[in-house]
Ligand binder design. Structure first.
Ligand code: AMP
Ligand code: ZN
Length: 115
C-alpha cells in the first residue's frame, strides 16, 4: 500500500466508501462526485500509479477489471442501454487520483467526442 494514497486507503477500508463489489484483486465503489446517474469506480487493490505502469504480470488483472465492469453494468441496469468505461491517464487525460482506476458511467446518453 502506498502511504497517502486515497484509493489504497479505500481498498484497505481505512477511508470509507460505498463499496458495490470486492474480491481479492479489485474493489468497486460509487464515485463521490457522480458525472452520470450511475458512476462507479473500479480499482485494483494493489497500488498501480497509472496505465503506463502496468506490466505483463498485470494482463490478467486488467482483463478481470473489464469482466467486473461488465458484471456491474448488468447489475446496475446500464448494460443494455449502454455505458462508458473510462481510464484517465496523466494530467492532460484528466487523472487527479494517482492510483489506477476505471470509471463506469451510465444511465444517460454519453457524448462524443468526450470533453
Ligand atoms: P480521475 O479524474 O480519473 O483521477 O478520477 C478521480 C475520481 O475519484 C473523480 O471522479 C472523483 O470524484 C473520485 N473521488 C475522489 N475522492 C473520492 C472518494 N473519497 N470516494 C469516491 N470517489 C472519489
Ligand atoms: Zn494507491
Amino acid at each position: 500500500m502506498a502511504t497517502d494514497c486515497l484509493f489504497c486507503k479505500i481498498a484497505s477500508g481505512e477511508i470509507p466508501a460505498t463499496l458495490v463489489y470486492e474480491d481479492e484483486q479489485v474493489v468497486a465503489f460509487h464515485d463521490i462526485e457522480p458525472q452520470a446517474p450511475q458512476h462507479l469506480l473500479i480499482i485494483p487493490r494493489r497500488h498501480i500509479r497509472t496505465t503506463l505502469d502496468l506490466t505483463a504480470q498485470d494482463e490478467s488483472l486488467v482483463g478481470h477489471i473489464y469482466r467486473v465492469a461488465a458484471k456491474l453494468a448488468r447489475q446496475f441496469g446500464i448494460a443494455d442501454d449502454g455505458f462508458r468505461l473510462v481510464n484517465n491517464c496523466n494530467e492532460a487525460g484528466g487523472q487527479v487520483v494517482w492510483h489506477l482506476h476505471f470509471h463506469l458511467l451510465g444511465g444517460r446518453r454519453m457524448t462524443w467526442p468526450p470533453g
